[in-house]
Design a protein around this ligand. Sequence first.
Ligand code: ADP
Ligand code: MG
Length: 381
Amino acid sequence: MFLKHLELKNFRNYEDINLDLSCGLILFLGNNGTGKTNLLESIFYLSNGKSHRLATQNDLINHGSDYCVIRGIIEAGGEDKLIEIQLNNDGGLKIKLNKVFVKNKSDFTSSLATVIFSPDDLRIIKSSPFYRRNFMDDILEKTDKNFLSLRLKYQKILNQRNSLLKSISGFKVSSSNSTMEVWDEKLIETGKLIIKKRLDLLKLIKIGFVKYMNYFFEKRDADIRYIFSWDRFESNGNFSNENPASYSVIDKAFQEKLSYYFKKDIAIKTTTIGPHRDDISIFLEGSDIRSFGSQGEQRIAAICLKLVELDVLAENINEKPMLLLDDVLSELDLERKHLLLKLIGNNFQTFITAANFDYLKDIDLKYCEKFLVKDNSIIRY
Ligand SMILES: Nc1ncnc2c1ncn2[C@@H]1O[C@H](COP(=O)(O)OP(=O)(O)O)[C@@H](O)[C@H]1O
Ligand SMILES: [Mg+2]
């Protein structure tokens, strides 16, 4: 995949931007707050149909304007795709692919992929399980056309079960409550499908993750494991080495634990068992990187996860996704900066932002384009 042309009208801080690109490596240099992340956000939007930040549609529209346009030409699958997206501040959205209106975002996003890595992604390693589940589920949403509806269905069932828990007072109601039984069955049926899809994905992620970690940290033993909600309560952090061999074991454990924790669920009025409470743990030399890893190791681990995401998406669309590196290189030590740049090489079209590119002076950058981001404009230099 290759972004050849980008035009922005009233997008964030940009009133009018027009860029032609011809290189695999593109550098955006600019001080803080000049609009570098905004620029990458627009590129991300062109292939994902959404912002990578928790932004509403109106956030993307320049203050003082009532619409914005992102227009780009992406070469993918041997052909140029002209994508035009107009966002209106009344919530309206118009998308054209090769000049023809399309109804759904998936009409253009399903054959495209862009992976962004920004300092916020450290949350996948350091922060709550929510970010690690989202990491997996967002990949599944991109690669499995049934996953989004499954995710929504599960959420709906979970909400229903939680409402029912809230309506039960005291401990009088036993787990044989028939309405509850119905929701439990649905929760297990849908939840185990989510778990199965995640475990299948995690097998792939693990292989790639270990490979990349060994690239950055030679001879260091890395591992990644799925942690079930019930194991999170019961293991005190000591998780078994193996994920369960068969899905029937999961099915059985899910049923047993759901009824075992029923009283607790009533007491705290929320469902504690299920994939919405699962997690993954990442280990370096046998220790959980979340608690024991250095800042640098955690950063590299987050980058490795993103590199695996890139590979998984590449496999899915049969095309190399674009890679956006927002302010991340400057945080790495020189050796690992160089390793990362070497790995990216000519493999992907990569966009890198930084406030300072001094560290690139020893690197042969014949094939790159450089832009200065300043005063709400983007100047080639
Ligand atoms: N909708 C908008 N309209 C106008 N300016 C915006 C809008 N959204 C964000 N900005 C401005 O963009 C700037 C931040 O841009 P950002 O891309 O995060 O900077 P950088 O990544 O270079 O540090 C801020 O000055 C902010 O006010
Ligand atoms: Mg930024």
